[in-house]
Design a protein around this ligand. Sequence first.
Ligand SMILES: NC(=O)C1=CN([C@@H]2O[C@H](COP(=O)(O)OP(=O)(O)OC[C@H]3O[C@@H](n4cnc5c(N)ncnc54)[C@H](OP(=O)(O)O)[C@@H]3O)[C@@H](O)[C@H]2O)C=CC1
Ligand SMILES: O=C(O)[C@H](O)COP(=O)(O)O
Length: 497
Amino acid sequence: MAGSGVFAEIVDRDGVFKYYSDGMWKTSSSGKSVPIINPTTRKTYFKVQACTQEEVNKVMDTAKIAQKSWARTPLWKRAELLHKAAAVLKEHKAPIAECLVKEIAKPAKDAVTEVVRSGDLVSYCAEEGVRILGEGKFLVSDSFPGNERTKYCLTSKIPLGVVLAIPPFNYPVNLAVSKIAPALIAGNSLVLKPPTQGAVAALHMVHCFHLAGFPKGLISCVTGKGSEIGDFLTMHPGVNCISFTGGDTGIAISKKAGMIPLQMELGGKDACIILEDADLDLAAVNIVKGGFSYSGQRCTAVKVVLVMESVADALVEKVKAKVAKLTVGSPEDDCDITPVVTESSANFIEGLVMDAKQKGATFCQEYKREGNLIWPLLLDHVRPDMRIAWEEPFGPVLPVIRISSVEEGIHHCNASNFGLQGCIFTRDINKAILISDAMETGTVQINSAPARGPDHFPFQGLKDSGIGSQGITNSINMMTKIKSTVINLPTPSYTMG
Ligand SMILES: NC(=O)C1=CN([C@@H]2O[C@H](COP(=O)(O)OP(=O)(O)OC[C@H]3O[C@@H](n4cnc5c(N)ncnc54)[C@H](OP(=O)(O)O)[C@@H]3O)[C@@H](O)[C@H]2O)C=CC1
Ligand SMILES: O=C(O)[C@H](O)COP(=O)(O)O
């Protein structure tokens, strides 16, 4: 049960969940709260604090102070605390998963998986951090022309300072720890601004770090609508790095942020290219899993199928048969398709569907919606003049475009403003590599649906899909900078005896 047991201290007497600052759970002086609407019932289920700018300033001050002593904490001790946090997270997976079910309508099983995956990510990050931060580089001057060996250069990876983490609603725990753990193992302090939908799950996750015994002020969590408190956070002079996952908001942030490192993972329009020699059964399984998991609310979801005309009828029939077996209903019942996160999201999705209808797409199922719940919909014979061919529905609606050549498929994929992932189904590995090399996306999956996991794989978006690269190792490195220390010898010294 949310806010009970060890979590009782994170909620106030009025049932409003507190924010976390200076190692304590606090009620905001704003006297205002932000409602979290259960996507299934469309009624307020939780409330969180609407933090003030003054409270953000205080958080930044304590983060800056705490980071200085944290940077003097041995790597093995940092890792030890992260392992403890991972264990606490997993121990309390049930109440945290329940929050995900109520706040973002994540199917119960997937919700538990997200929390366990997050614990595993934190532990892997602890081990990886000890390894890669425990070594640097040693260079000698005479490797460059004209130099004797009179200089030794020692390089090490040093922390950036205060890292601001802003995760999205669809993974409010996993995409939070994917920023928190690398920041901490690298010696930074961390300020978290969770998504409104998913904030209570995130607060429970933060409490697990609190219970693990991290130093006061090192980790903070401020809540409030991104549209109200977001700019103050991302433009705050106390922030030394921003790691953001979400939509076009990230593009706006990148234009406002100062001279600081940015890690952005944004939207996607992941294309699935089906060649004539593809295993259509395998492709159909992956298209349904990739296109409809968590009701399509994943940046790595399959967002458009580009299928060779000669096999299109057969593929569409296979996909239709699998779509018909998807269960539709409440996340508590572990249905495959659950309500999308907000009414505005459902309205946006409906707009794309109506546009496709008006322009003549073939509806493989009747369009059906009840509140935020939209039944899975496959649209065939989609054409490039339809919005759904290019825009990201972030919902259970999947367009199929029939192509007459592989080049046409690659062209459509590369004409998108997005460049996150893509996938190819073919039995010819040579063709797969050629197409993969031609696709302007950060990742290409061969014979499987796009996916970010496993979480140690490098994960990056090109074009409007992001800045920099995620994945545990890349995130750790991105949250450090290099420092060189040069020892100057009075005379050349060669170590060859
Ligand atoms: N690449 C990915 O993995 C994801 C992409 N998306 C894309 O984004 C779209 C919208 O999803 P959503 O989660 O609402 O994404 P948003 O980009 O709107 O929100 C992502 C995060 O940014 C916060 N935020 C909002 N405005 C600001 C601001 N001005 N400054 C700082 N932070 C801000 C949000 O807080 P708050 O919730 O309080 O607004 C949330 O924590 C989706 O339809 C999808 O296209 C969404 C999720 C994941
Ligand atoms: O932001 C997202 O939607 C996630 O990065 C997708 O992660 P997944 O591929 O593991 O679901």
